[in-house]
Design a protein around this ligand. Structure first.
Ligand code: PNW
Length: 455
């Protein structure tokens, strides 16, 4: 394996930073959502999280010990602009300056996500957030501040993390803020997110900052349940309604044809100028991958389930039946462990978007570790990481997919959104009640895997 492959670990601001009321930080929609009873398990919130706002040097020491070359973290928009608009907050800038400088001093490359779901609350309350076109300008202005202030040292940028989740979970299923359940809003919100991405990329490229920029989209694999053309089409359709929805526009300049056909006027149009701006607005493809399901064409007249284990999407529109093989191992999220699905998905992405390097910007699993001892044994996560990185190796060596990097989700156990602290994705044990960072067995397994690729 080539020695320039990028091994990394990933986190996101709201999930690890804490320091919620410090350094002039404004509130985000997640701060508010956590206060609504019934929305987040145990009414957990990100006030303390992993306290990385104060302990980032410990995090960096762990990344160094791991032997990873890169750290993917996100910038909290409300630290930079407390209301989402206006002049940058000097303390917020200073925090990320310290973090970036410390990473570089440790020889770790920062991969910076500009938006990992923490929209400044004021933009939601006063301006309807991503529902309104104005969010496009707001995001572009925020992105420009980040390029201007950090672009001398940060050379790898990700505009948005999983816009699918913002659109579908935030506006369709209502399990993320702003908690709305509407059949059409996801498509409008997605449209604005894509335009926001394109505008940020335009500013980045025109600004001559140097470096690369992309977008991280989530996608599970959809395996046809049978060899029938109808099931194969259903699987293809499910992939296009998920990854294609947010990747076709930034590569080809428009939504997948199957979405146009099925959604008609419910899917907004891009003007010619917008399409031109979107087309080829990524230097690489970010892929966040966790699981797989079978896909089949629903029998005539059947109502399609809205979700299967939380990640089916807006099934009424895509009309795909999803199912799992009961023999598949599941993680604590009830997501299926199917390493060959990862390999097939990498081939699908490479085939649909030829010429674009792929970075796996997230992959990992939640394991229920009731006590510290089981966390140190950490057997399931060790097997998961091993199997998924082996599948990736096959994708690279045998299928010749151009995968350039892999970021394990996550460095630390952290705030897992609607599940609060009850789901543990970390290589390192950590919680708001016990902030001491204790590496799990999988930390050392991942360390071994990284070393073996360079051997
Ligand atoms: C991603 N789904 O979230 C996020 O980028 C991380 O912040 C998160 O902690 C991680 O994966 C684990 O959940 C997802 O429903 C949330 O398909 C939901 C879905 C996928 C990814």
């Amino acid at each position: 394996m080539t020695s320039d492959f990028v091994w990394g670990v990933a986190t996101a601001a709201y999930q690890v930073e804490g320091g919620a009321a410090e350094g002039g930080r404004g509130f985000s929609i997640w701060d508010a959502f956590c206060r609504i009873p019934g929305r987040v398990r145990g009414m957990d919130n990100g006030d303390v999280a992993c306290d990385s706002y104060h302990r980032f040097e410990q995090d960096i020491a762990m990344i160094k010990l791991l032997g990873a070359r890169a750290y993917r973290f996100s910038i909290a928009w409300p630290r930079i602009q407390p209301t989402g608009r206006g002049a940058p907050n000097p303390e917020g800038i200073a925090y990320y300056d310290r973090l970036i400088d410390a990473l570089l001093a440790a020889g770790i490359t920062p991969y910076v996500t500009l938006y990992h779901w923490d929209l400044p609350l004021d933009l939601q309350m006063s301006h309807d957030g991503w529902l309104k076109r104005a969010a496009v300008d707001d995001f572009a202005a925020y992105a420009k501040i980040c390029f201007d202030r950090f672009g001398d040292r940060v050379k790898h940028w990700i505009t948005l993390n999983e816009p699918w989740c913002v659109a579908v979970l935030g506006h369709g299923l209502g399990v993320f803020p702003p908690g709305r359940t509407d059949p059409d809003e996801p498509y409008l919100v997605a449209h604005h997110l894509l335009l926001a991405h394109a505008r940020a990329v335009q500013l980045f490229r025109e600004g001559g900052y140097g470096g690369v920029i992309g977008l991280s989209n989530n996608c599970d694999w959809r395996e046809p349940l049978s060899d029938s053309p109808r099931d194969r089409e259903a699987a293809q359709r499910a992939l296009e309604f998920c990854y294609g929805w947010f990747t076709d526009p930034v590569v080809r300049g428009d939504y997948p044809a199957v979405m146009r056909t099925r959604l008609g006027r419910r899917l907004p149009d891009f003007t010619r100028a917008e399409a031109a701006l979107l087309k080829n607005s990524v230097d690489f493809l970010g892929l966040n991958h966790y699981s797989s399901l079978y896909a089949s064409e629903p029998a005539a007249g059947t109502k399609v389930e809205t979700t299967v284990s939380g990640n089916g999407g807006l099934s009424d529109d895509q009309q795909v039946c999803l199912s799992a093989d009961p023999t598949w191992e599941k993680t604590d999220m009830q997501w299926n462990v199917v390493p060959w699905g990862f390999r097939k998905l990498l081939a699908w992405v490479a085939g649909r978007y030829p010429g674009y390097p792929i970075y796996v910007t997230e992959n990992g699993c939640a394991v229920n570790e009731p006590d510290a001892v089981s966390a140190l044994i950490d057997e399931q996560r060790c097997r998961f990481i091993h199997a998924y990185t082996e599948a990736m190796r096959a994708a690279i060596e045998e299928d010749h997919t151009d995968v350039r990097g892999y970021f394990c989700w996550s460095l630390l156990d952290n705030f897992e959104w609607g599940y609060g602290y009850s789901k543990r994705f970390g290589l390192i044990r950590c919680s708001p009640d016990n902030l001491e960072r204790v590496p799990k067995k999988s930390f050392f397994e991942y360390q071994r895997i990284i070393r073996s690729w360079f051997a």
